[in-house]
Design a protein around this ligand. Structure first.
Ligand code: ZN
Length: 127
């Protein structure tokens, strides 16, 4: 049995939102510098003809997929145009849905979204 390796990449984007049901400050429109961590897992690819030989997946391909599906939608966006209630929890579920089938042969294992330096939400694949 081959070893399963986890790997990932960190992304940053800026976006505005407000939480319509919130009773505190988040009810008003404001912005965040979001930190997004995407993690995948899989075996190291052995086939030497494959450009991803020796990798679970190429970091560059991971960057391209996440940029195309997530950052191009959310960076410098008003998140309420995408989500009725753009909490970090709702965002990680949505991001996982967008990416889940786009990273093969790697498997998406984690989507972690930091909304502030102290607060995050995390989606993890169910085993
Ligand atoms: Zn906020």
């Amino acid at each position: 049995m081959s070893d399963i390796i986890k790997m990932g990449r960190v992304f940053w984007f800026e976006a505005a939102h407000h939480l319509p049901n919130h009773e505190g400050l988040c009810r008003s429109v404001h912005g965040h510098s979001y930190k997004l961590i995407i993690e995948v897992e899989g075996p190291v690819q052995p086939n030497f003809i494959n450009p991803e030989a020796g990798m679970v997946m190429d970091y560059g391909r991971l960057k391209k997929v996440v940029t195309g599906l997530v950052l191009d939608r959310m960076d410098h966006a008003y998140l309420n145009d995408i989500f009725p209630n753009p909490t970090a929890e709702n965002m990680v579920i949505y991001i996982a849905t967008l990416l889940k089938h786009q990273l093969v042969p790697a498997i998406l294992t984690k989507v972690e979204l930091w909304e502030t330096r102290n607060s995050y939400a995390k989606w993890e694949s169910q085993k």
